[in-house]
Ligand binder design. Structure first.
Ligand SMILES: *Cc1c(COP(=O)(O)O)cnc(C)c1O
Length: 340
């Protein structure tokens, strides 16, 4: 399909309306046959559960054009699993087996003119979401839902190279212990807005949240998991049941072990240990890994040896290998790449 006439290289991480979006509705206990719509607007009752009680969950993945011109997505089975885990926690119906991936394939195929070409650095961001749509005023889950997917082309996260960022240790909690911290839901983002704006106003790029129970262990930021490299070259990431299980982080652990021959583990990481780490990064679908140069713990600065100029050497290898797999330059593990 002929590509849209867009200056792909100048795209940022913003919303741009594309031709089609996917919709399936849930009523009387079942999901409808999905359809593709051209109208980007959603019309719902003013009292819809999503508006009043924030009953909505989402996912985020990307469609890539590979070196040999195929359009692919990366591990969408894990997004399918995770949206169902998120939905279950907010008492929403889950999607039957196969429905999520089928919907992603339909909407990406319909918008293939919007999938940025290989080498442009841009990708098609795919945003599935489920929301409670009927009117509720007494507090309870909705009976009717919409499962929708919108797509939007997004630019390379790092324009002109990845510059390490500065993070502050937050005084606020991101999640309640054993609460909804491990699901991908707008409500967690709404709760983080005050703190992220406050961090930016004080010159920090992100907040590091600690475990809400003891406030001694590293959890994650508002929207990305941490990854550290120890001075003896081991990759470690925080283990916690109140952080979002990042697909990028889980993939990087496997890349570290199976492609780079590094030791890698998920374990509890204390804030006290962070000063001894050699490299630090934030992982998520949007940026893959953003290098962290500095962490500010109430005025005490922890600087990583890789400094503020570029990614640390192991972070860079992880980044290059994972993006190589995603773009089809490096052979992927079985099942990681799903062709549209
Ligand atoms: C989406 C998200 C991440 C990153 O997960 P990926 O699957 O790697 O994109 C991390 N933390 C939170 C809170 C998120 O919402």
């Amino acid at each position: 399909m002929e590509k849209k006439n867009i200056d792909w290289g100048s795209l940022g991480f913003g919303y741009m309306e594309t031709d089609y979006r996917y919709l399936s509705t849930y009523k009387d206990g079942k999901w409808s046959e999905g359809e593709l719509l051209t109208d980007p607007n959603v019309v719902l009752n003013e009292c819809a559960c999503v508006f009043q009680y924030a009953q909505t969950v989402f996912e985020g993945l990307k469609a890539y054009t590979t070196e040999d011109g195929r359009i692919v997505t990366f591990r969408p089975d894990l997004n399918a699993e995770r949206i169902n885990a998120s939905a279950a926690k907010l008492k929403m119906p889950t999607l039957p087996d196969g429905m999520f991936i089928d919907a992603v394939k339909q909407v990406v195929k319909a918008n293939s003119a919007w999938v940025p070409p290989y080498g442009s650095g841009a990708t098609l961001y795919v945003r599935p979401y489920i929301m409670g749509t009927n009117a509720v005023i007494g507090v309870k889950p909705a009976d009717e839902y919409q499962f929708r997917i919108l797509t939007t082309p997004v630019g390379p996260y790092f324009k002109g190279g990845a510059k390490p960022i500065t993070i502050r240790v937050s005084d606020y909690d991101r999640a309640a212990p054993n609460g909804t911290g491990n699901i991908k839901a707008g409500l967690n983002y709404a709760m983080s807005l005050y703190n992220i704006v406050d961090a930016h106003e004080k010159g920090f790029d992100e907040n590091m949240y600690l475990d809400p129970k003891t406030r001694t262990k590293v959890e994650e930021t508002g929207g990305a998991n941490f990854l550290f490299v120890t001075k003896d070259g081991k990759v470690v990431t925080p283990k916690s049941n109140s952080i979002l299980p990042s697909i990028t982080r889980r993939s990087l652990i496997q890349v570290a072990k199976d492609y780079l021959g590094l030791e890698a583990e998920e374990r509890e990481i204390y804030l006290d240990e962070v000063a001894d780490m050699a490299e630090c990064g934030l992982c998520g679908t949007a940026a893959v890994i953003s290098p962290v140069g500095k962490i500010n713990d109430h005025g005490k600065e922890i600087c990583f040896p890789s400094g503020m100029e570029e990614m640390g050497p192991i972070t860079k290898k992880l980044y290059d290998t994972l993006t190589g797999i995603q773009m089809g330059r490096i052979e992927a593990p079985e099942g990681w790449i799903v062709e549209i």
